[in-house]
Write a protein that binds this ligand. Structure first.
Ligand code: DC
Length: 239
């Protein structure tokens, strides 16, 4: 059983938001393990839709066609990182440069967001909570989340982390990656619907000068404290 108890009516949601390269995925996954909760990478869901759009030869900007595709689209995002689209493994296919280039356009569409946000809420409800990671979890998907965390890091650090992951050492390539990250941040934070922003009540965490272990340890303390507070409120006499 999870050490942090929620239920379908009051799911114990930990919302983690932040820009690309802030360390969200690694941190959210490790934090979920530390807390005994399940983990959902919501960015993988937007990527899965984008992959299906491109794979189907649909213009990513064609909102009508994209809306028709997303409703019945079968997407499975596992805590392990495995992603299935219509039952086929798309774990690597959702992380190509072509998906990177097109995902912001797809993620900006109302029909896509409505559908995926509904699925994210259902996911948490079915589990009594969990750690959800994305751009709008604390602001739009779960504004009443038990704990909200906004992770950031400087653009240079973010690009260097990405470069390290893929074994890239060329400074010019790293600069290009920093530019691409900045371009995506700009699109994600200026779109009309649910832009990337620090949610009200979210705790801001700059991970530039911290190790993953340090961030996870600090966040685990923080979330446990929040959970204890919520439990005390629920069990107290209100006095
Ligand atoms: O975290 P990521 O790079 O895998 O996210 C891919 C894209 O999906 C990114 O452009 C932002 C978008 N996204 C979103 O709009 N809302 C979310 N909750 C998660 C991701």
């Amino acid at each position: 059983m999870s050490e942090i108890a929620g239920n379908a009516t009051h799911p114990a949601v930990v919302a983690i938001d932040g820009p690309a390269g802030s360390g969200k995925s690694t941190i959210a996954k490790r934090l979920a393990e530390a807390l005994g909760l399940e983990y959902l990478d919501t960015g993988a869901m937007y990527r899965a839709v984008t992959f299906a759009v491109l794979d189907g030869g649909i213009d990513p900007a064609d909102e009508t066609a994209v809306a028709a595709l997303v409703g019945p689209l079968d997407i499975v995002v596992r805590g392990s990182g495995t992603v299935l689209v219509e039952g086929t493994d798309a774990t690597e296919a959702i992380r190509t440069a072509e998906v990177n280039r097109n995902v912001s356009v797809v993620a900006a569409q109302a029909a896509v967001r409505t559908e995926l946000v509904g699925r994210q809420r259902a996911w948490a409800k079915a589990r009594g909570g969990g750690v959800l990671e994305g751009r709008d979890i604390g602001s739009a998907v779960f504004p009443d989340a038990m704990a909200k965390i906004y992770l950031t890091a400087s653009p240079q650090v973010r690009a260097e982390r990405r470069a390290h992951q893929i074994g890239q050492t060329d400074p010019a390539e790293i600069r290009a990656m920093a530019d691409e990250l900045a371009r995506r941040d700009e699109l994600d934070s200026t779109r009309a619907i649910d832009p990337l922003a620090q949610a009200e009540g979210a705790i801001r965490f700059d991970t530039s000068d911290l190790t993953i272990d340090e961030v996870v340890a600090e966040l685990a303390v923080l979330v446990r404290a929040r959970a204890a507070e919520v439990a005390a409120d629920a069990g107290g006499d209100g006095g």
